[in-house]
Design a protein around this ligand. Structure first.
Ligand code: GLN
Length: 196
């Protein structure tokens, strides 16, 4: 039986790379739910907000009346935001020309395309500190947001060229990069074991 047999994890599936996250959850035999409606959040132990396009996510979130339920969920339950998902978790967005309204759950500031445009996408091998253990992983940055401010309650778990790229605040985990593109489940197991 899977170690995670009793866990049910939602993936916000309004837009973006939710299918890859589901694939990783399948690899770990975790029960997953694609979240599009408020009722999909019921009985979830944790939620993943994937990468994609925060401007679209912002609009669709309101259209599906999900903003308030997501804020309520993130105030008490584990949420992992990657890339656009991290933008949505943030408290403030710098250079916010598209007027994306983040959920304001995490005490971080972000610059939406701080690592450049699509053509500047890159992969890097990064060192992380996961529960006191050093772990090296491949991080894929695609129009990646840069973390510009980290509040006092936020722990930095990985950096790239001296900037934080993986951060945790209690039940909330956020990464600037895509974490789901190769079949490396280590960050996901960290989320399930240590954050959830
Ligand atoms: N910069 C993008 C945005 O603003 C996020 C890119 C991504 O999720 N890969 O939504």
């Amino acid at each position: 039986m899977s170690k995670y047999a009793n866990k049910r994890v939602g993936i916000l599936a309004l837009q973006g790379d939710y299918a890859r996250h589901q694939h990783l959850l399948d690899m770990l035999e975790v029960d997953s739910v694609l979240v599009r409606l408020e009722r999909d959040l019921a009985r979830l132990d944790a939620l993943i907000i994937p990468g994609g396009e925060s401007t679209t996510m912002d609009i669709v979130m309101d259209r599906f009346n999900l903003r308030k339920p997501l804020i309520t969920f993130g105030r008490s339950k584990p949420v992992f935001g990657t890339c656009a998902g991290m933008i949505m978790l943030a408290s403030e967005i710098e250079n916010n020309i598209s007027n994306v309204t983040p959920l304001g759950l995490m005490d971080i500031g972000v610059d939406r395309n701080g690592y450049g445009r699509q053509v500047h996408s890159f992969e890097a091998s990064i060192d992380s500190n996961l529960a006191g253990e050093r772990y090296e992983m491949t991080a894929t940055f695609i129009r990646a947001p840069r973390i510009t401010r980290v509040g006092p309650g936020v722990t930095v778990l990985a950096k790239y060229e001296n900037d934080p790229i993986l951060v945790q605040q209690n039940n909330l985990l956020a990464a600037s990069f895509h974490t789901e593109l190769d079949d490396d489940t280590r960050l996901l197991t960290y989320f399930l074991d240590e954050v959830s």
